[in-house]
Design a binder for this molecule. Structure first.
Ligand code: F58
Length: 837
């Protein structure tokens, strides 16, 4: 269509609407009332908190859109190199509070609403979490969007708009039960539906070989079925800056063409049925954390996602009429794990089949464009897709993957002649029945840079799982970017009391955008007044959590006990099982004490929260055991406040914001070498909580930054694990005697029917104890005892807590993003003016 141009004499009308509104009480109230009455059809006598949340959100959304439009126009004009962050998950949580803070209008909105008779705090609680992710990987993507926006980078996030986010967890009779999270039920003010931005996506069909007159051969992918991906945009404002970037989420809709043949055959309902099946593609988020499922629907999600995303990026690139060779200098694409790896053969396909480039020219562009982040070394989490499945769904891509593999292996053969075993090991296609595509290998071969997410993890990638590739590329492709978290959400927003105190002590709030400033807190570590105030704030946060726990579980907990918290997805490698076994050990010890002895113990509250994958039997038993143990201990009159155990249901981002500021200790106790990084460890320490953890993932770097005196490390090191596992397998290791006692108590029925827990106990007794719980148990218990001792020294503890926060500068996602931008993406900030000339 020809471009529409406004009549010049009407331009001033547009200008007025495109200029951001002033942050004034009257303007805010007017826009709030306009939305409440006109968008939501409410009246002064028909209002509730939810409606006022909606009105507030829509009025903020207007402000976001103003900034978003200016940002996009500025970027179009400047045409900087952009980064595209491709992630099948974005775990954003709530947006109202973070948006108010980023736009710098929280106080004035509070006033404006106050005058109208609404309390902002109540409205914030009305919002449902956007929970389009499983755990760490999805939340990392959300933190990175916040940093990209805040640091003025020209960036886009791309993902899927699932109709159902991660399931809601309810605990029934101690067991996890799952309920669908139909989060769009009440509308979503934070997205903009873009019916005008949509792309066709093909599945199945056949590949036609065409021989041109000059003898060249080309391939055309035809037939099959088509669906359409429609864009939903989620604006992400930078903190205290104009830059407002976009997460574009795709939703599958039926293709515009309707099967009229079928319709005319009288098969109207079948025709409609098929249309519906298109919508299924983006219906549900797969709820597995660190475990791969080989479902065809998941493969469809992955392809729809990369297909639409690349069409969108290419359309934007083509606007400036540059040659294809410029593409990698204008576009950088980051793969958040292997889930979007089909983007590699897809770009290759577009370049050779549709744009007519040669294989080599196309491959050169592809490999200069993509980079890949690995998030796990667990073999069961590494994606492998059965060749027949890929062949059926994406026949042309399967051909291209075979060719990529062929050309790659030819080069390997040239470098290491005659090394057949090496070729077998490095092949993108794993032999077997059926054959499998090793997605990580495809991602490595198709990317210019591969990174791990913490130092130890990046070393394990290089020395254990991808060693052959390191040798082949002579180390040049592999690097580390240690994860980070956004200090905006994970301190400034979730812990306002501590945040205000830090601002007061440092004399400015510039630390919110420059976490290096926190180092200056070290000057106050010996100041008794600061120590006192610091711990008073911690206590306030513990009271807030205690109230929440009471409201949800009816369990009364004392804010004077040591809050010991483990919240994360439930997985054997994360060893929540070891934690609850440790709790039982403590309980048995307390049961042997006199009341006088018990009175000398540090009272402890042990908090668990986290979801298990619905089909993960052993993880679900761990949840049941935690609840059964809690039931007994919490109701034992001899124990009282000395020990309490709580499982908080339905852990999610907004719950994390209440839980994290309240910890004295948090546990990050994965078997060494299994947790790639961990990011909640960073959040707890930033809020002055102390880690009790293994020498694993980012715990190690946190220890280096805050000092080993301020972290309780225990357990074997990553390089010892393999040998111990081997011994375990052949049962050359005696079970730890304390652990034996604990298992005896379970088997005796102390915590209910022991039959229930048999399969769980068996993972230690007959299953080879793959995660080394027995080996680490003694040092775990010892570390717990050290923590108790240290907690008795109130001043010593306050100092540790202050030094924790003060030492966390490195773990800002701003640092991570700057590293990606400089080392990997080669992009520069592009600061957006307040108004366009
Ligand atoms: C997590 N991975 C790592 N995967 O386990 C954690 O150590 C790390 O800190 C974090 O990534 C960020 O780097 C993770 O969360 C998933 O949830 C995948 C979801 C899709 C299926 C496979 C697992």
């Amino acid at each position: 269509q020809p471009r529409w141009l406004p009549p010049p004499e009407t331009l001033h009308l547009w200008k007025e609407f495109e200029t951001p509104e002033p942050a004034e009480i009257a303007a805010i109230q007017k826009s709030f009332l306009r939305h409440v009455t006109k968008t939501f059809a409410r009246t002064a006598f028909n209002m509730d908190n939810f409606a006022s949340y909606q009105g507030t959100a829509y009025s903020l959304r207007d402000r976001l859109i103003d900034k978003w439009n200016i940002t996009q126009q500025h970027h179009t004009r400047e045409d900087p190199k952009r980064v595209y962050y491709l992630s099948l998950e974005f775990l954003l949580g709530r947006s109202l509070d973070s948006c108010l803070l980023s736009l710098g209008v929280k106080d004035i909105y509070k006033k404006a609403l106050d005058e109208l008779g609404f309390r902002l705090e109540d409205l914030i609680g009305e919002e449902v979490d956007a929970a389009l992710g499983n755990g760490g990987l999805g939340r990392l993507a959300a933190c990175y969007m916040d940093s990209l926006a805040t640091l003025d980078y020209p960036a886009w996030g791309y993902g899927i708009r699932y109709n159902y986010g991660i399931f809601k967890q309810l605990i029934v009779d101690g067991y996890q039960t799952e309920f669908p999270d139909y989060w769009l039920n009440f509308g979503n003010p934070w997205e903009i539906e873009r019916l005008d931005v949509s792309y066709e996506v093909r599945f199945r069909g056949y590949v036609n070989k065409v021989t041109e007159e000059d003898g060249t051969i080309s391939y055309v992918w035809e037939g099959g079925e088509k669906v359409v991906a429609v864009a939903y945009d989620v604006p992400i404002p930078g903190y205290g800056t104009m830059n407002t970037i976009n997460i574009r989420l795709w939703s599958a809709k039926p293709a515009r063409e309707f099967d009229f043949a079928m319709f005319n055959d009288g098969n109207y309902d079948k025709a409609v049925e098929e249309q519906k099946s298109a919508e299924n593609i983006t219906s549900v988020l797969y709820p597995n954390d660190n475990h791969m499922v080989g479902k065809i629907l998941r493969l469809k999600q992955q392809y729809l996602f990369v297909c639409a995303t690349l069409q969108d990026a290419i359309r934007r690139f083509k606007k400036t009429n540059r040659p294809w060779s410029d593409f990698p200098y204008q576009v950088s694409i980051q793969l958040n794990d292997t889930h979007p790896t089909l983007g590699i053969p897809e770009l290759q396909r577009i370049l050779i089949d549709e744009e007519g480039l040669s294989w080599d020219d196309a491959w050169d562009i592809v490999t200069k464009t993509f980079s890949f982040t690995n998030h796990t070394v667990l073999p069961e989490a590494l994606e492998r897709w059965a060749v027949p499945l890929v062949q059926d769904l994406l026949p042309r891509h399967m051909m291209i993957i075979f060719d990529i593999n062929l050309f790659f292996l030819q080069k390997v053969e040239k470098k290491f002649p005659g090394d057949r075993d090496r070729l077998r090991r490095m092949s993108i296609i794993e032999e077997g029945h059926p054959q499998n595509v090793r997605m990580a290998f495809l991602a490595i071969v198709g990317s210019h840079t591969v990174n791990g997410v913490a130092e130890l993890h990046s070393n394990l990638i290089k020395n254990v799982i991808f060693t052959d590739f390191v040798e082949y590329y002579e180390g040049n492709k592999f690097t580390n970017v240690t994860n980070g978290i956004t200090p905006r959400r994970w301190l400034h927003q979730c812990n306002p009391a501590l945040s205000d105190f830090i601002t007061q002590k440092l004399g400015s709030d510039s630390w919110v955008k420059d976490l290096e400033q926190l180092k200056k807190l070290k000057e106050f570590v010996d100041d008794p007044a600061v120590q006192k105030q610091w711990m008073a704030i911690k206590r306030q946060n513990k009271v807030r959590l205690a109230d929440y726990i009471h409201s949800i579980t009816s369990i009364q907990v004392s804010p004077d006990s040591l809050f010991d918290i483990q919240v994360k997805r439930i997985h054997e490698y994360k060893r929540q099982f070891m934690n609850i076994l440790g709790v039982i050990h403590r309980y048995l010890r307390l049961k042997k004490m006199t009341p006088e002895q018990k009175a000398k113990e540090v009272p402890r509250l042990v908090v668990f929260a986290g979801k298990s994958a619905p089909g993960y039997f052993i993880a679900k038993l761990v949840i049941k055991l935690i609840n059964s143990v809690g039931e007994v201990i919490n109701n034992d009159p001899e124990i009282g406040d000395v020990l309490k155990v709580v499982f908080i249901p339905n852990y999610n981002v907004s719950l994390a914001e209440i839980i994290i500021p309240a910890s004295d200790i948090s546990q990050h106790i994965s078997t060494a070498g299994t947790e790639a990084s961990g990011t909640s460890n960073m959040k707890f320490v930033l809020n002055g909580g102390i880690i009790l953890g293994t020498v694993d993932g980012a715990n190690i770097e946190i220890g280096e930054e805050i000092g080993e005196d301020n972290i309780f490390f225990f357990g074997v090191k990553a390089d010892e694990v393999e040998d111990i596992r081997h011994l375990n397998r052949y049962r050359k290791i005696e079970m730890d005697p304390d652990l034996r006692n604990v298992l005896d108590a379970i088997e005796k029925g102390t915590f209910g029917d022991p039959k229930i827990f048999e399969p769980l106990v068996a993972t230690l007794t007959v299953g080879g104890d793959y995660y080394l719980i027995s080996k680490d148990f003694a040092s775990y218990i010892e570390a717990q005892a050290d923590a108790d001792e240290a907690y008795k020294d109130k001043v010593g503890w306050a100092k540790k807590s202050i030094l924790c926060t003060a030492g966390m500068s490195k773990f800002s996602s701003d640092r991570s993003i700057n590293e990606y931008a400089e080392k990997i993406w080669k992009i520069k900030p592009c600061s957006v003016p307040a108004t366009l000339p």
